[in-house]
Design a protein around this ligand. Structure first.
Ligand code: MN
Length: 256
């Protein structure tokens, strides 16, 4: 019996998480450990200064945690798998894209990343539909990809970031192996005034957000493909490292 840990950043009551649970249940024993509330944009935040509380879900599927997505995975791996570690850690299904540079803000990706940092096989999955999300197709994709990952894990230190276009399963063009787009966000803050006349700001959108290369995850999704992007947790830049700092930086004695 395979063991699967399921987390997310949209909260324990989100429909995407429930869809993921149903999709994964036929593959093994699924333990759901998710934040109590909406944690999108939390990235890899963890709780250090306050107690981390968790409560069993009433349907016995797992736990809700008063913490961040990465807290959920850290706590679960240490406390909630007494019979042995999970064979796969899944985060999602997120409401909205986690393609391109959004991986750096995403709590969904961070939950999977935490598992990868600890040496477990992990994937994040997001439905690229923010408004009125319909999870049926992405749930089907999740089951397929999770089954393949359980049989053939990626190398240690690599997690799989999956982004699914909106629309029915029949309309998906297929799977595409992609790179993370580096197209920059252009933030849109809405300026408002509170009843006392003081300005406040609300991040209301990300403006134009387009990829620019053939194997780019954003382009693949735009064309109707499921984008599968392998992400490394080793951030070392190989070209700088291998070049020994270009003679300017690198190994050497400090000046007296
Ligand atoms: Mn989210």
């Amino acid at each position: 019996m395979k063991r699967i840990l399921l987390a997310n950043d949209d909260g324990a009551d989100s429909p995407g998480l429930q869809a993921a649970y149903e999709a994964l249940a036929p593959l093994g024993q699924v333990t759901l450990v998710a934040p109590n509330s909406q944690e999108s944009g939390a990235s890899h935040a963890i709780t250090l200064e306050t107690p981390l509380r968790a409560a069993k879900l009433s349907d016995e599927r797992g736990y809700r945690v008063w913490g961040h997505p990465a807290d959920c995975v850290k706590l679960a791996l240490d406390q909630f798998f007494p019979d042995g570690p999970p064979d796969l850690v899944v985060s999602g299904i997120n409401q909205g894209s986690n393609g391109g540079v959004l991986v750096h803000y995403s709590g969904t990706v961070a939950a999977a990343k935490e598992a990868t940092l600890q040496g477990y096989a992990a994937m994040a999955i997001s439905l690229c539909q923010w408004k009125d999300p319909e999870y049926a197709a992405s749930a089907k994709v999740l089951r397929l990809v999770a089954e393949r990952l359980l049989a053939n894990p990626l190398p240690r230190g690599v997690l799989l970031n999956v982004n699914v276009p909106k629309g029915p399963y029949e309309d998906l063009k297929g799977l595409r192996w992609t790179r993370q787009s580096l197209a920059p966000l252009s933030d849109l803050y809405e300026r408002r005034e509170d009843p006392r006349g003081r300005a406040y700001y609300w991040l209301s959108g990300t403006g134009p957000f387009r990829g620019d290369a053939e194997r780019d995850d954003l382009i693949a999704v735009e064309k109707g493909y499921v984008a599968l992007t392998p992400l490394r947790v080793d951030w070392t830049d190989e070209s700088s490292y291998g070049g020994g700092g270009g003679g300017l930086l690198g190994d050497g004695a400090l000046p007296k």
